[in-house]
Design a protein around this ligand. Structure first.
Ligand code: SF4
Length: 375
């Protein structure tokens, strides 16, 4: 079996959060949604013709806010996937969800349709922090959505939280983690806020945002790793934590450099040795544009990419898997990475080098020194 992951982008939201640079439009008109779903289904059918030997073992509906769509439309998309591709009965099928976009009945319909995992965007349990982020929901909204999802039969739930957000303190972040952990999530994603150009935050500038300073952000991250680990949510990737067996299979595909196809604006694919990227432009996508970028990376670039992706995982670089994949040893990468062991940023495991929590904080800097993407 040739495993394949599918990503379906749903670029619609209730409103635009102030920090968001994802490809999503607020309050879409019904006609736009109809046209979008028709294009997505046509793309799925066209791509499936090239995937006759593949079995889809993960489907991820991301956004945007997939659960803004009526549940019947989301279920219809999953059914279009199942008609076009060979879909494993054990596939992980995830929808991203925002608090207060759903109901027990809606989640029950999704569960019956084959969705088995929801990733719910909380970001913070603190009302002032949510307002500062421009999020429309409250902690009670999140709690209600979580309980509705559980009641509808979702036994694999993830929450997203953020640190380094305006007005946040170590204590308020710790309270958010405590409140979420009391709900016994199977998975938690914990991201640092980045201020992106072109967003309202980017236009205001970091100095105007009352952001916690670098040292406090660093401490929030290290404290989160320790606290979540003690709660049974072990870190397995820079920003992701899970109970054993609940690591996100879809995202693991990216970090293990496995094949996936992405559909919709801003979606990326890596399939058959070819990488493609769609423009982050909904009107262009609706007008039938082709991928904006297409490349066939050479072996050296793939080796560098593999090391970069694998080093995101706490397990680090698996030298045996590297050798099986490329027919050569990873010695030069290991030697370059292990130079950072003396500073406490890298540790040596039985299978290869891995970042320590301190190393994860500076992983981009280390990897840019170690890897060569112009090779
Ligand atoms: S809900 Fe998510 S995708 Fe939508 S605007 Fe907010 S951050 Fe962006």
């Amino acid at each position: 079996m040739r495993p394949l992951g599918l990503y379906l982008h749903i670029p619609f939201c209730r409103s635009k959060c102030l920090y968001c640079d994802f490809c999503s439009v607020p309050r879409p008109e019904a006609g736009v949604v109809d046209a979008y779903l028709a294009r997505l289904e046509a793309d799925l059918r066209a791509a499936a013709r090239l995937c006759g030997d593949c079995t889809v073992d993960s489907v991820y509906f991301g956004g945007g806010t997939p659960t803004l769509l009526p549940p019947g439309r989301l279920a219809g998309l999953l059914s279009a996937v199942a008609s076009a591709f060979r879909l494993s009965p054990q596939a992980e099928v995830t929808a991203e969800c925002n608090p207060a976009t759903g109901s027990r009945e809606a989640f029950a319909l999704l569960r019956r349709a084959g969705f088995n995992r929801l990733s719910i965007g909380l970001q913070s349990a603190d009302a002032a922090e949510l307002r500062a982020l421009g999020r429309l929901h409250t902690w009670p909204d999140f709690l209600r959505t979580w309980e509705q999802a559980r009641a509808a039969g979702f036994d694999n739930l993830s929450a997203d939280v953020m640190f380094g957000i305006p007005h946040q303190t170590g204590q308020s972040f710790a309270r958010t983690l405590e409140q979420v952990c009391a709900l016994r999530p199977q998975h938690l994603s914990c991201y640092a806020l980045t201020v992106e150009p072109g967003t309202p935050y980017g236009r205001r500038g970091e100095a105007a945002l009352d952001l916690p300073d670098e040292e406090r952000v660093r401490q929030m991250y290290l404290d989160a790793i320790a606290y979540l680990g003690a709660q049974g949510l072990a870190q397995y990737e820079i920003s992701n934590f899970a109970r054993p067996g609940y690591e996100c299979r879809h995202n693991l595909k990216y970090w293990n450099a496995e094949e996936y196809l992405g559909f919709g604006p801003a979606a990326h694919s890596d399939f058959g040795g070819v990488r493609t990227a769609n423009a982050a432009d909904l009107p262009a996508y609706l007008a039938g544009s082709l991928p904006a970028a297409r490349e066939t990376p050479g072996r050296e670039e793939r080796m560098n990419e593999y090391v970069m992706l694998r080093m995101r995982l706490c397990a680090g670089l698996d030298t045996r898997a590297f050798a099986a994949r490329f027919g050569t040893g990873a010695g030069r990468f290991c030697a370059a990475l292990e130079r950072y062991a003396a500073g406490g940023f890298v540790r040596r495991t039985a299978s290869g080098p891995a970042f320590t929590p301190e190393g994860m904080l500076v992983s981009n800097t280390i990897l840019s020194e170690v890897l060569d993407f112009n090779a």
